[in-house]
Design a protein around this ligand. Structure first.
Ligand code: GTP
Ligand code: MG
Length: 344
């Protein structure tokens, strides 16, 4: 096994899909918090990152996930906005992802930003599954909160089950029209060549145990080797957003996908006028299971290892650019790192 010696990092999961199809609600349900409530205009304006550790996943997934079957530490979810004007944020999230969830409102089916998301995922060759969301809105639905999909579908009347299946097969047809062979996830054997569709409700939590189980299984099966990184090495990451943080001035919200960043590291950050060489002043972490963009909830930490979301406070970040690379200099020659950042 060539993954021995290295540490397994958390896979990065992008959540993509058309506006209002339920991406934030889905993460909200997983997180058990109420980020959706606080959104201005009900549009997700920024990418946020949510780390969900394996023990929480196995708690939600119940008997479907036996934590001893997995050695990946959990999943790091990145929410993206569905509104058509946020296309760069979506591709940024998609490009960063190891794996993705395409959220589709089961009644609404494929919509313009669903297609756009599929294009991003194809272009970046990111494996994904489809969450067919809002199954609870099928007329006559009798909710069984937090139960696996098949269990709650079996418990519906024949008519409700038939109506849902009609929508699900239309969705599978849309995927097929776009060149993807797809089927209900419980019929998929080979997730590398077939897209699994998981019926879910972000409202009732139905199908969420399956969704997490499939994501965990997929990551473990197909991502494990890519997840074997030298987490002790100098960090590499991507700026999601340049933000103002009270008491710290300009900061960057970043996803660290390799290595470790420490609170006294010298870093190079891509900027409007070229790479910025600066020194970390503070690493600010949202409380566990909180979104990185939730303000006033930060604790200062000494170091952060991949993969994780972190707010970095440092001087001279005014020109830092969303989407730009971040590198810890470490023992390397700073010019070499500047060149690396410039080249990206
Ligand atoms: P953008 O970030 O704007 O792209 O939207 P989004 O995909 O994050 O959608 P969001 O989670 O904000 O949900 C949009 C609306 O659909 C909200 O009113 C949610 O309460 C509702 N909603 C989301 N998921 C479900 C679901 O499974 N069932 C029901 N009944 N409503 C849902
Ligand atoms: Mg949203």
């Amino acid at each position: 096994d060539d993954t021995s010696g290295a540490t397994l990092r958390t896979p990065i999961v992008a959540v993509l899909g058309h506006v209002d199809h339920g991406k934030t609600s889905l993460l909200d349900e997983i997180r058990g918090s109420a980020v959706t409530e606080g959104e201005s205009g009900a549009i997700t304006q920024h990418i946020g990152a949510t780390a969900v550790p394996l023990d929480v996943i196995s708690e939600i997934a119940g008997e479907l996930v036996d934590p001893t079957d997995f050695d990946l530490p959990g999943l790091l979810f990145i929410d993206t906005p569905g509104h058509h004007s946020f296309s760069t944020l979506r591709s940024r999230g998609g490009a960063l992802a190891d794996i993705a969830i395409l959220v589709v409102d089961v009644n609404d089916g494929f919509q313009p930003q669903t297609l756009e998301a599929v294009d991003i995922l194809s272009r970046t060759q990111t494996p994904f599954i489809v969450a067919a969301n809002k199954i609870d809105t099928t007329p006559g639905w009798n909710p069984n909160p937090h139960t696996p999909a098949q269990q709650t579908i079996d418990a519906q009347t024949d008519r409700v089950e038939r109506d849902l299946n009609e929508n699900l097969y239309e969705l599978i047809g849309d995927l097929s029209d776009n060149g993807f062979s797809a089927d209900m996830y419980w019929r998929v054997q080979d997730f590398q060549n077939n897209i699994g569709v998981v019926p879910v409700s972000a409202e009732t939590g139905e199908g969420i145990p399956d969704l997490l189980t499939v994501m965990m299984g997929l990551s473990q099966r197909y991502m494990k080797e890519e997840m074997a990184v030298d987490v002790g090495g100098p960090a590499a990451g991507t700026v999601l957003e340049v933000t103002d943080t009270q008491g710290f001035g300009k900061t960057v919200d970043a996803i660290i996908y390799d290595g470790t960043i420490r609170s006294d590291d010298r870093i190079v950050v891509g900027g409007v006028e070229g790479p910025i060489v600066t020194e970390v002043r503070a690493l600010l972490r949202p409380r566990p299971l909180e979104e990185i963009r939730t303000e006033g909830q930060f604790e200062q930490v000494d170091s952060v290892a991949a993969a994780d979301g972190i707010k970095i406070a440092a001087p001279d970040l005014d020109d830092a650019m969303a989407g730009a690379p971040i590198r810890v200099v470490g023992d390397r020659d700073v010019d070499e790192v500047v060149e690396e950042v410039q080249a990206e």
